[in-house]
Ligand binder design. Sequence first.
Ligand code: PGA
Length: 263
Amino acid sequence: MTFRTPIIAGNWKMNNTASEGVALVNAIKPLVERAVCEVVVCVPAIDIPAVAVALEGSNIRLGAQNVHFAAKGAYTGEISAAMLKEYGVRYVIIGHSERRQYFGETDETVNKRTKAALEAGISPIVCVGETLEQRETGKTQEVLDRQIAVGLQGIPDLAKIVIAYEPIWAIGTGRTATCEQAENTIHYIRKKCAELFGEEQAEAVRIQYGGSMNADNYRLLMSMPDIDGGLIGGASLKAADFSAIVNYDKGGMGGMKLSKDLL
Ligand code: PGA
């Protein structure tokens, strides 16, 4: 069995000015320094320079919430992968359901952004997930099939990306998927990746759960075999809650060894 390093990422969404963001990461830093997983904060673009400085020398990695697919040019308001890279951004969320719903993101643009991030050496966190209506009408697998086939089309190495499974009905609603629902669906996503990219790639890809994951419900979710971490919205805005999730201990596995692997 391939070992996949778990990854807990905070998605601040449109919260925290730069100074508030710095205060938050300064509060989080000492609470997560012994983490056995990878720790990421995905912050608003304008917070990146200040948060990058605040994170220097810590084990928290910097993430963004979107990236444009073009290298440069006439795209008013957009930000390129090279611009993120210059500030040490390591991860970028792509195709979050809020971007799909409010900003016209499609599986095709997700694919282009994913490729642009990878070319710049930034790891994409590609979001997939179904609406409540799609789940209730039995369309979950069909939706995921398309999001994966089109969104990840032509990606050479799935070990370099993270997939975040976020059922839309669970985002910001307080209605978490049960761990069986989350595990079964994530297992399905891995199976689909095996079908499209081969067993080895499917074993290597890290798949997070996202959607109302918090300090009360993370334990069971993190104990599931196919769940490799979480994309945390609301609970990532509070240092105590976020660090509690980061400091989960999946079956008490060898923390020392893992931390070293991450250096
Ligand atoms: P939530 O958001 O944890 O507030 O539900 C998760 C996300 O949208 O990434």
